[in-house]
Design a protein around this ligand. Sequence first.
Ligand SMILES: O=C(O)c1ccccc1N[C@@H]1O[C@H](COP(=O)(O)O)[C@@H](O)[C@H]1O
Length: 466
Amino acid sequence: MMILDKLADSTRKRVEACKKKISLEQLKRQAAEKENKQAFLFEKMLKTKDISFICEVKKASPSKGIIAEDFPYLQIAKDYEKAGATAISVLTEPECFLGSDVYLQEIAQAVDIPVLRKDFTVDEYQIYEAYLLGASAVLLICALLSVEQLLRFRTIADELGISCLVEAHDKDEIEKALAAKARIIGVNNRDLRDFTVNINNSIRMREYVPDDIIFVSESGIKTAQDIEALRQHNVQAALIGETFMRSTDKVTALAELFGKIQVPKIKFCGIKSQADVAIINKVEPDYIGFILAPSKRQITVELARQLKDKLKPQIKTVGVFVDEALENVITAIKTIQLDVVQLHGNETEEYIEELRQNTAVDIWKAVRVKNIREIEKWQNSGADKLLFDTYRPAVAGGTGEVFDWSVLENCQRPFVLAGGLSSKNIVKAVRRLSPWAVDINSTVETDGNKDSEKINEIMAIMERLR
Ligand SMILES: O=C(O)c1ccccc1N[C@@H]1O[C@H](COP(=O)(O)O)[C@@H](O)[C@H]1O
């Protein structure tokens, strides 16, 4: 019997045992009661311009045996998220992969990125289970399922708002996936009959999958050259297990596979005490920001001047203002000796022009992003840089919340990215949007003060991207 048939057999037995504890009807009722706050997040996140990474959490596999003796699955998942993974694949098959539903459930709660349940789906029961465990996607293997089953399982997943990664190995299986109207097709580079791996398999199969379907290359991806080859063939995502599981530093491993990127300038905003300055002087970011507008982070011009005095001279200072009278901005620039003015309110082009006439500092205009029109409106602004931040009614800035980055994908000007940037999402943001600078504020605070550990973590992550 082939390994796949064995796995399918044991999975059927496992599902029957589960049904004795909780019936399918009970499971369906539980699913109906659960609100899906992020429907189809898995496929939404994979629709990016450059290649995405689905990083796998697996303890063992039939071909390699134990991959990770020590298996801190939650830490592994969190490290993947920091490394810029778009999604995480979690093996739940218990016999050959030593997986567990518990891993999936805990990981889905611990990370903000979507999680795929990697199991041998042979029964609709498993789709409801996956949804209830917090998965955003399930795996459907063409070699195990008929077109009718694929269609039925995909329809159930659609009703629940979760995605299906439909796995094929050859042209016939791709046709099956297409007949089942798969929106995401994963081509496995591993031949499950003899476990041989060849990443050219997905490259060979690329032409059979239409461009409007997300194409994922699975298994055996090891090097930056592999990723470059997949990129050249318009592969949207790489699903990588063993290579990442064996790496001790996931951020560096993913950075090496992804290839060189332009690392943005770094600004930490909301510096308000000598203690903050001491933290900043140790890590030397490119910019820091003083909030000179009403906010829990507001400081006086005089305090900003004193803090600037203690700051290493190579670190540039940004004054953040919200609809401030022009003469006050000009006075603050002179008193503090600011390098940059960040206008975070409803300042107009005329205001920017007048400021330009009166000072030599760089001017950054903050745009709080409501929709793509907001971005387009400011493309010809006279400001030196646009800074994009999250829009929240009645809050000028410092929301700590991320906005929908897809609106920035075609932005023509170099920009500063702000809004809820943290060690969890900064790498993904940098790879996806190539900002000129990143502006980090609320997420590096603890109890209202800048936190050296959180700042150091961001700096260490960015350093590993260089
Ligand atoms: O941080 C503030 O309190 C603030 C107040 C008024 C205007 C701007 C403010 N901060 C700016 O907000 C963005 C994003 O911050 P976060 O990371 O979401 O907390 C950043 O540009 C700050 O300069």
